[in-house]
Write a new protein. Structure first.
Length: 307
């Protein structure tokens, strides 16, 4: 690459509890990966741009917020992902941990009302979770290269069938973003978060980068290679891979305890869709269990986990 304009990062998902599939020191893992991102940004003297889901849950603990203040890159530019927002409602962002980081001046949190110019060299068109990408983009400087930063589930050609039912085709999205606007100018790059898989798509002069998650948090990510990107506004990019040890992720918990992670995630997604997840989570859980046929043994384990 002839130069680096920014570091592009996908879903971070800072969390206090170690994922059940991990066998290593989780706090050390988080520190190591964030330090690599910070050191790389300092090396090239460029900003870090994140595609959302900085936190795994919107109501991160004081300890985790302090951790983020210490180890996240300074002045990181980000949008809010679905995990960052209470009840998936952007109007409640002020109650979130990511909003605390923004108020503390640690990060630059972008909403979809204004674009952001970086060092007079390129501009960011933000599409946080819940944004309508098919709307006419707000005015931007047609003389500056533009990168869209999006939190939306996008899939590539190697996707599974279920992904097509919940997401958007990457090539279609890239074509939509890169078409010339009525006012002039176009978006030539898209940084996308939400899908924890990683892929890159180039179409004509347009580029879509979906870095995936920086941490492996489920057993099916055992062989996944987490990464971030060096990028410049000429659409040159280079993947930087985090050092990993495949033995740090295991599926023994599935074999030993009979836990099916995908079914558990599907259950939680159904709950999220069927009822409004409010501050009183126990009340909402009671409503869900009353509404749906859940085995007694499963219900008991749910309540045990919430104690």
């Amino acid at each position: 690459m002839k130069r680096v304009d920014a570091i592009l990062v996908g879903d971070i998902h800072l969390r206090e509890n170690k994922p059940i599939c991990r066998t290593d020191d989780w706090e050390k893992v988080m520190k190591t990966k964030l330090t690599l991102i910070k050191d790389t940004a300092k090396k090239y003297n460029v900003p870090v741009i994140c595609a959302g889901d900085v936190f795994h849950t919107w109501n991160a603990s004081p300890w985790l917020i302090s951790f983020a203040l210490e180890f996240l890159p300074d002045n990181m530019i980000t949008i809010a992902g679905n995990h960052d927002i209470p009840r998936h409602n952007p109007n409640l962002i002020q109650w979130s941990a990511i909003h605390t980081l923004a108020k503390a001046g640690k990060i630059k949190l972008l909403d979809n009302t204004n674009n952001y110019i970086v060092r007079n060299s390129f501009q960011i068109i933000p599409f946080p979770f819940g944004s309508l990408i098919d709307k006419e983009f707000s005015p931007f400087d047609i003389n500056l290269p533009a990168i869209a930063v999006i939190h939306k589930f996008v899939y590539d050609s190697k996707c599974q069938d279920w992904e097509k039912t919940v997401g958007t085709c990457a090539k279609s999205l890239l074509s939509q973003l890169s078409r010339p606007r009525e006012r002039g100018g176009k978006i030539s790059t898209a940084l996308v978060g939400d899908n924890h898989k990683a892929f890159e798509i180039k179409s004509n002069e347009a580029l879509l980068l979906n870095p995936g998650s920086i941490f492996r948090m489920t057993s099916d990510q055992k062989n996944f290679k987490p990464r971030f990107y060096l990028w410049n506004s000429d659409n040159e990019f280079e993947a930087i891979y985090f050092p990993i040890n495949n033995n740090d992720v295991t599926d023994e918990h599935i074999n030993d305890k009979g836990i099916d992670e995908e079914r558990m995630l599907a259950f939680l997604n159904r709950m999220r869709e069927d009822i409004e997840i409010g501050l009183d989570f126990r009340t909402n859980m009671k409503e869900y269990l009353a509404k749906n046929k859940i085995k007694i043994g499963v219900e008991e384990k749910i309540w045990q986990a919430m104690m």
